[in-house]
Design a protein around this ligand. Sequence first.
Ligand SMILES: Cc1cc2nc3c(=O)[nH]c(=O)nc-3n(C[C@H](O)[C@H](O)[C@H](O)COP(=O)(O)OP(=O)(O)OC[C@H]3O[C@@H](n4cnc5c(N)ncnc54)[C@H](O)[C@@H]3O)c2cc1C
Length: 445
Amino acid sequence: MKNGQPYQPYQPASVWSVDGTEPVTIPSGNTAPTTLLPMEADVAIVGGGYTGLGAAYTLAQHGQRVVLCEGRTFGWGASSRNAGMLLTGLSRTYSDIAAQYGSAVARKLFRASLKAVDHAVSLIEREGIACHLHHSGHIVLANRAHHMADLSREATLLQRECSHPVRLLSQTQLAAEIGASCFAGGLLDEASYSVHAAKFVAGLVQATLRAGAVLFEHTPVERIARLRHGFLLSTPRGDVLAQAVIVATNGYTGHLTPSLRRRLVPVGSYSIATEILPDHLAQSISPRNRLFYDTRHIGAYFRLTPDNRLLYGGRDITRPDQDGAIAARAHSLHHELLQVFPQLHGVRIAYAWGGNVCLAFDGLFHAGPLDGIAGLYYAAGYAGHGGALASYTGRVLAERILGIAEDDDLLALPPLPAAPIPYDGDPWFVPLVGSAWKLLDQVGR
Ligand SMILES: Cc1cc2nc3c(=O)[nH]c(=O)nc-3n(C[C@H](O)[C@H](O)[C@H](O)COP(=O)(O)OP(=O)(O)OC[C@H]3O[C@@H](n4cnc5c(N)ncnc54)[C@H](O)[C@@H]3O)c2cc1C
């Protein structure tokens, strides 16, 4: 017991490892311990999350010989641990992107996010993926009264420049949406959806296998060698010769692609989930079953799960693979959750976990040829918004390889910037930047 609250024990695992009382299993693809990789493929994919699976699915549907190698298990990275929010928009606001890159770029990026949500929804429906797809809508919550001015500017720009309907909610109107009184208002976007994150991965694996791709887990790619015609990928299961390669490792990008690693920053994002709530309590939190995140630099995101738990998450300056990081962040998230929803005093925390989100130095996501090498592609930097964007970006890369890309908006973005400071891929500066952001949040800036 901590502060009189039931705090331990929780499962140190994602809430998506279950659905109600049923365990959730993600299929393991073509992997038997002794199976070797095929010797040749048209396209080889590194990483078995939403990006890699989204690309493999599209390529296999077009008859390509696809081999996907995942170092751990499918969805092991962020894809099976996220909050299951298929959100419109990006991590940076439309206003912010328009101010830096102009309206044309901001519009392209925002439209890409809308297409990404459409893509995920139609893929789930077409393939009959049972992942609790729900048309939830999301609300950005203003932590301070003066944040409402930012949300109002955002609403005006989205309506005027993207013809996208969003609605500003006063504090009084917000009361019909959330059982918390600490927010000054919000911005409602009805276009977002929610899913059970791991069941989405499981369905994607099944659909991709049905389409004919060869999927290997426990198969880390150790080396990509450029040959005169194609690439040779080396793994503990042998080598595969491929005409094209997609690196889909996002927040888990390692020494395999050092130039990419030096341009990406992995940042820890953590969540806790309560025990199953009685209906009246769940209803009191989110009567319309919305998705929520707030306006702080290191803000919170939360939602009800399909089995009626409250999932509450936020980033941190630590990383989940550091000793004690999950326990410490679970404690601070629980403390915060009770401040937002005092009605949950006495409710047990049942799950706590973390994973890496991936930030580029401009806070935007990027996809395209890696190091300008023809045939070698990457996609990364979704900054906590890859739930829908990642599988869509995988599809766009696949279509580029197939030569059928109708929509190259994604590939016409500002280039992936180099680090503006000395950086070899070990993000030494995250605690410094994170502490500065926390300070700004405390003073309300
Ligand atoms: C706690 C948390 C909550 C989040 N909540 C949301 C949300 O609600 N909505 C949203 O839009 N986004 C959310 N995100 C972000 C979202 O989950 C990611 O943007 C998305 O899953 C990225 O998918 P991906 O396939 O690019 O990367 P990942 O799913 O991270 O997959 C990368 C994979 O590459 C593998 N890999 C790495 N190196 C190798 C190698 N050498 N060989 C083989 N495999 C390798 C890793 O094992 C990993 O499985 C959240 C993220 C976290 C961590």
